[in-house]
Design a protein around this ligand. Structure first.
Ligand code: ADP
Length: 599
């Protein structure tokens, strides 16, 4: 009956079975008090009206009183008492129905005995009204009972009492009217009682339904709330973990949306950006506008590439003024439901790694160069040693010939001596360079007269120079007594010898001049020749070990490329420096300095 339309039988007013049962139970419990009260009242009235019998019809009083006190009132009393038993609920309507008929019959008989007595017709009306409205008899039963009473009355009054036609007609007028009015009224009373019940019933049902829905809803709400709490906790843990990772790293991390506005930024990047550009970044700030104008054309296209769903890594070298730093940034698109909504960036300072890489490359190049030099040195060395060795062995063989003239013998012996000297030279050079490299080369400083030493070298080389038809000039600018410095005599001698020897070696004509100038704190020595010269790009290299200015140079046949590097080491040990000025085909001038303390 949850639908709003009430279903009932229009004639009997009955509901469908299930509801009818509910209704009837309720109808009974609502009616029982009134039923009892009605019966008590009816019994009293039925009894009191017996007094009228005595007043109006003393001759019938006995019969009337029998009807009243022997039949009707005892029956009504039995019904009243039965109303306190359990059986009553099952048969109450039937009992009320019989009570109506018996009450009506009682009066009916009294009227039949005295048809002219109009007063008792009013009694009949009271019975009708009690039966229809008062005792809670259902409409249908009340109607049947009402018409039965009327029918029996008419049978009795017509056939038994043989009353006059006028009496029969008048009484029927009243009784039929009373029955009809009673029917309509009873119908309407029962209809409204049922409607009331129906509405309450429906209300109860709906209330129950609403309560059920509410309970269900509450359950769902509790379940959802629990799920939400769990999800929230999981999200919080997750977020805490991610934050710990992002904030715990040394990387720069930031993310932005399609308008280049910052969605997320870690503290490392905030600090570094501020240190570099003086701008404090935070979520919502526009990344492009925060950059200095000149950098924007570099960065905007990168952000645009990410927003075009590209993942890539870039490396930048930034000149900070305090040296170059290198950074590496990885760009990743952020996609939601297949659409790129922004990008994330991970930036690291890779300066350390980059420098190590560069260092490594340089070291590799140096190692390769040194390897190459050593190889060429070995090849050179074997040539350098083999040449004089062959000379010694070859000419020793020739000397064995007994027919050799004395002149030839002298010539061969001198070749063998020269070759030996050359070997000795090379071996000395190798020993020197090994000592220098091992840090074992010692110096012994003592007062030395440079004029004397240079004069000695001049005398030593003069014959050789003249053999080449060249001129040797010595330029001493200090008087002998002032030309005294504290230095290592042996090394000074080796330095100058080496330079003059090279000048002679790499010149075929012209002049070789050597000397010095007083420059105050130091003396500047020079050895000048008019020889083949040294190309510009080789002038620094010739002071390196194992390097010859031009390996293809025919004039470099003699020499291991060690002399100048030994010379340079010696000069530096004595507190000076060496350099060269030279032009190919014109000549070379080697300069070196040595400390000079005037007394
Ligand atoms: P080397 O034993 O080959 O002479 P050095 O170390 O003395 O070795 O010299 C290195 C190279 O420098 C020589 O091979 C030569 O090419 C060049 N050089 C040195 N001195 C002169 C010079 N006076 N004129 C031209 N080239 C020179």
């Amino acid at each position: 009956m949850a639908n709003s339309k009430m279903t009932y039988n229009k004639l009997t007013l009955s509901f469908p079975e299930k509801e009818e049962k509910h209704f009837f139970k309720k109808y009974f419990s609502d009616s029982i008090i009134q039923v009892r009260f009605a019966f008590v009242l009816l019994i009293i009235l039925y009894g009191i009206f017996g007094y009228l019998d005595l007043l109006m019809f003393p001759e019938f009083a006995k019969t009337f009183h029998t009807i009243r006190y022997v039949f009707v009132i005892p029956f009504l009393s039995v019904v009243f008492f039965l109303s306190f038993t359990k059986i009553f609920q099952k048969i109450w309507q039937e009992l009320l129905f019989i009570s109506f008929i018996i009450g009506g019959l009682g009066i009916g008989i009294m009227i039949m005995l005295v048809p002219e007595n109009y007063a008792y017709y009013s009694g009949m009306m009271l019975v009708f009204s009690a039966g229809y409205f008062f005792v809670k008899l259902r409409f249908l039963l009340a109607t049947i009972a009402g018409w039965i009473v009327l029918l029996i009355y008419n049978v009795g009054v017509i056939f038994y009492a043989q009353a006059s036609g006028i009496i029969i007609i008048t009484t029927n007028f009243f009784f039929i009217s009373a029955n009809i009015i009673g029917m309509v009224a009873a119908y309407s009373i029962e209809f409204y009682a049922r409607r009331n019940f129906y509405l309450n019933y429906q209300l109860d049902n709906e209330k129950q339904m609403v309560e059920d829905i509410n309970k269900n809803l509450e359950k769902i709400v509790v379940e959802r709330t629990n799920e939400l709490v769990l999800a929230k906790e999981a999200a919080e843990t997750n977020s805490a973990n991610v934050t710990a990772i992002i904030e715990g790293t040394q990387e720069n991390i930031w993310a932005f949306n399609r308008n280049y506005e910052i969605l997320y930024i870690n503290q490392v990047f905030q600090r570094e950006f501020q240190q570099t550009f003086g701008v404090w970044l935070e979520p919502g700030v526009n990344l492009i506008e925060s950059l200095p104008e000149p950098l924007r054309p570099f960065w905007k296209p990168r952000y645009d590439r990410v927003l075009n769903n590209e993942q890539f890594t870039i490396e930048d070298a930034i000149d900070t003024g305090n040296g170059i730093i290198y950074i590496q940034v990885t760009f990743n698109p952020i996609a939601k439901k297949g659409k790129v909504v922004g990008g994330s960036c991970f930036g690291s300072d890779i300066t350390f790694r980059k420098r190590a890489e560069i260092e490594l490359i340089n070291a590799k190049e140096r190692a390769e160069e040194s390897d190459r030099l050593k190889t060429s040195f070995l090849a050179n060395m074997s040539h350098e040693i083999r040449t004089p060795m062959n000379g010694i062995l070859g000419f020793s063989e020739l000397l064995k010939n007994p027919e050799l003239s004395g002149e030839k013998q002298q010539e061969y012996i001198s070749i063998i001596e020269n070759s030996g000297a050359r070997m000795l030279n090379i071996i000395n050079d190798i020993i020197d360079i090994s000592k220098i490299e091992a840090g074992l080369m010692k110096i012994s400083i003592q007062e030395s007269n440079i004029n004397e030493q240079m004069q000695y070298i001049y005398i030593f080389f003069k014959p050789e120079v003249e053999v080449k038809r060249m001129m040797l000039i010595l330029n001493k600018t200090l008087p002998d007594e002032e030309a005294i410095i504290n230095t290592d005599r042996e090394k000074f001698y080796a330095i100058l010898t080496n330079l003059v020897k090279n000048a002679l070696k790499y010149s075929n004509q012209g002049i070789i001049e050597f000397g010095y100038f007083n420059k105050g704190n130091f003396l500047e020595f020079y050895v000048k020749d008019t020889g083949i010269g040294i190309p510009n790009d080789r002038q620094a290299a010739i002071f390196e070990r194992f390097i010859q200015a031009d390996v293809d140079n025919k004039m470099a046949i003699q020499g291991a490329g060690l002399g100048l590097s030994i010379t340079k080491s010696f000069i530096e040990m004595l507190g000076g420096k060496i350099w060269v000025e030279s032009e190919v085909g014109v000549g070379s001038t080697f300069y070196f300095t040595l400390p000079f303390q005037t007394n």
